[in-house]
Design a protein around this ligand. Structure first.
Ligand SMILES: N[C@@H](CCC(=O)N[C@@H](CS)C(=O)NCC(=O)O)C(=O)O
Length: 193
């Protein structure tokens, strides 16, 4: 059995949406926990096994996973028949992993720095800026509806996720706007909005 630690209106909602998209809800026990919120509300939940009391956190037997990208790779590998991932041996395995890691390692830091109005030459040299990030997304999406081509996948779910909650972060670029709108139409996302 798999157990997901989740807090409403947090990043772990992306994993609930993924679970619904994949049709694997019956195989995952969801435990709702409290977390410390940026407005000072909430607080760490002693029942949450995450080492920093964050969500999402996934437990499978003795194995523990943190970070949405890792959890997404794990679940899509474990249930390949759901079609949301790109298993080992698939011709798009590298592109799939690259987008997941790009989100965690570059895109989210760039978005958080921009939202918090933090600029520093070292951050810029390491992560680039919002223009480079949006130009890259726009290029990847020009001529195709989703990041990996014609089919929606878990990378669309993860990379579009911040824009559903932070509309002010959505750029003017029509290619990116229409991709976000397509992703927002997914019934699984609407069910957890
Ligand atoms: N990089 C992590 C971020 C996890 C994270 O920061 N989650 C927030 C909720 S949106 C949290 O649990 N905050 C509570 C805390 O920091 O104590 C991921 O994408 O999974």
């Amino acid at each position: 059995m798999l157990t997901l630690y989740h807090a409403p209106k947090s990043r772990s909602t992306s994993i609930l949406v993924l679970i619904e998209e994949m049709g694997i809800a019956e195989q995952i026990d969801v435990v709702e926990v409290s977390i410390s919120r940026q407005d000072g509300s909430g607080g760490p939940d002693p029942r949450n096994p995450h080492p920093e009391k964050k969500v999402p956190y996934l437990i499978h037997g003795d194995d523990h996973l943190r970070e949405r990208g890792a959890i997404i790779a794990y679940l899509t590998d474990m249930f390949p028949e759901a079609g949301l991932g790109r298993p080992v041996g698939h011709r798009q395995r590298g592109a799939f992993l690259s987008w997941l890691f790009y989100y965690q390692g570059v895109m989210e830091p760039v978005l958080v720095h921009s939202w918090a109005q933090i600029t520093h030459p070292a951050a810029r040299a390491t992560f680039g800026d919002t223009k480079a990030m949006f130009d890259g997304l726009s290029e990847a999406l020009s001529g195709q509806p989703y990041l990996l081509g014609d089919a929606y996948s878990a990378v669309d779910l993860l990379l579009s996720s911040p824009f559903h909650w932070l509309p002010e972060a959505v750029p003017e670029d029509p290619v990116i706007r229409s991709w976000i709108a397509r992703c927002a139409e997914r019934p699984a996302l609407k069910a957890h909005a």
